[in-house]
Design a binder for this molecule. Structure first.
Ligand code: GDP
Ligand code: MG
Length: 450
């Protein structure tokens, strides 16, 4: 049993039963977290009462087996885990992201408020489909702003994906003509970039409804800016009532927003979030992942992560393989987190290094800097989970731009200095691990590793 788990156990020990009272404490925590994440208040209430009912109605297994030993986990932490799983289930989407046409080109109509990221998302989607071997056609049907057509054309040029438009024509005419054009050009997916407004109004809705009835798209995607917060529900409802949207793209998740809109919209419209926008460039686009979003919304990755460690039977082979990878020195911050967890499972980092044939490379023991205190595990997790994808890929961004450190500090509850220190530790460790791996020449020399 590693120190980390002993400490985690101590931290979580105590409550062993889910009672009305300790549920209330946990509920308050979760409620706050959801509101901070901009989940709409009605959705928060509905969610909490549903979860409460579930938790009370069942006897919890609070003793968790780990490595042959049994540990007690606090009921309130377990409750938060229930919330996480419920959130994940609520946002999860089964099946394909895109409904494909039975015959002819597949239509994807993209709608949303002005500035939500429609045009950008259309280009991202086209790039994504192009990579999947499809032949998308982009249709510039936002005739509201003169620059909108040009914007899409520039993006299309960059991606070498054709953009269709008829200068001076109405959006409905353009969209209707696009089908014929796609057929002639052999394009099999048509993406309609439509106009938006700062607020929803009738002329806009009528225009969109007309485009819908003329083109009969197989998909209607609503683009929502994650920063819009509580307003997401109102917006989604209006679009959904009129157009019956089939899916949602949540943009600007590379910012501070905790992404509660993803939950609210799914709850209110039933339309699943299918893709996420994670930056201004067209490659910053990913299929939606419900588990990641659940952690982000709860802002409680630490507890959830801990619970998962407790619940997972340690796979020794995987732990060894991962440690071997780590010693090769090429790993990201995500790996780092995973590796730290794995190392906890294998015994402390010091023990591991002591086992190595080159253990006497550091006669005085490990340099202080890499002696990762097991207690830091929870804090490290919180910090890393508050980072954006870009920051994880390029930790130097944090050193270049102190604002990022500030944001992460707020999100994770660690001091800015602690965030910076963690990044430096990571960079140092990556370097050291790379060195270790090289010095050993062969990983096969580590006892028990192949
Ligand atoms: P539209 O009015 O709905 O077509 O919105 P645009 O596609 O023109 O985007 C509005 C602004 O948001 C532009 O400055 C985009 O670069 C930016 N944007 C769009 N998607 C994202 C995203 O995922 N992350 C970030 N950071 N910015 C985005
Ligand atoms: Mg636009």
């Amino acid at each position: 049993l590693s120190r980390g788990f002993r400490q985690a156990r101590n931290r979580l020990a105590g409550l062993t039963e889910l009672t009305e009272q300790n549920i209330e404490t946990a509920l308050r925590e979760v409620r706050l977290s959801l509101l901070e994440a901009d989940v709409e208040i009605g959705v928060v209430k509905a969610f909490l009462s549903r979860v409460k009912e579930k938790a009370l109605g069942r006897t919890l297994e609070v003793k968790v087996k780990h490595g042959g030993e049994t540990h007690e986990v606090s009921a309130s932490d377990h409750f938060i885990k229930i919330c996480h799983d419920e959130l994940e289930a609520m946002m999860a989407h089964e099946g394909q992201e895109i409904v494909w046409a039975q015959s002819g080109a597949t239509g994807i109509m993209v709608v949303g408020l002005q500035g939500s990221g429609k045009t950008t998302s259309c280009a991202k989607l086209a790039r994504y489909l192009d990579k999947e071997g499809k032949k998308p056609l982009l249709v510039a049907a936002d005739m509201q702003r003169p620059a909108a057509v040009e914007q899409l054309k520039v993006l299309g040029d960059q991606l070498k994906i054709p953009v269709f438009n008829i200068p001076g024509a109405s959006p409905v005419e353009i969209c209707a003509a696009a089908r014929e054009h796609a057929k002639k050009q052999g394009r099999d997916v048509i993406i309609y970039d439509t106009a938006g407004r700062l607020a929803i109004d009738e002329p806009l809705m009528k225009e969109l409804a007309d485009i819908k009835s003329r083109t009969k798209p197989d998909n209607i995607f609503l683009v929502v800016d994650a920063m819009i917060g509580q307003d997401a529900v109102k917006t989604a409802r209006s679009f959904h009532d009129r157009l019956d949207i089939s899916g949602v793209i949540v943009t600007k998740l590379d910012g501070d927003a905790r992404g509660g809109a993803a939950l609210s919209i799914k709850e209110v419209t039933g339309a699943p979030v299918l893709f996420t926008g994670l930056g201004e460039t067209t490659d910053k686009f990913e299929p939606f992942r419900a588990d990641g979003m659940a952690s982000r919304i709860l802002g409680m990755g630490d507890v959830v992560g801990l619970m998962q460690d407790f619940e997972q039977v340690v796979d020794q082979k995987k732990a060894e393989k991962d440690a071997a990878r780590m010693l090769q020195g090429d790993f990201t911050l995500d790996d780092f987190l995973e590796q730290v967890r794995m190392i906890q499972k294998m015994g402390s980092l010091k023990d591991l290094v002591d086992k190595l044939p080159i253990g006497n490379m550091f006669p005085g023991g490990l340099p202080q800097d890499v002696n990762l205190d097991d207690r830091e595990l929870v804090r490290i997790q919180a910090v890393i989970q508050s980072m954006t994808a870009l920051e994880k890929r390029d930790p130097y961004a944090l050193i270049r731009e102190p604002k990022r450190v500030e944001r992460i500090s707020k999100g994770s509850g660690s001091k800015p200095e602690a965030v910076t220190e963690l990044v430096q530790k990571f960079l140092f460790m990556r370097q050291m691990m790379g060195g270790l791996g090289q010095n050993m020449g062969m990983l096969g020399k580590i006892p028990g590793m192949k």
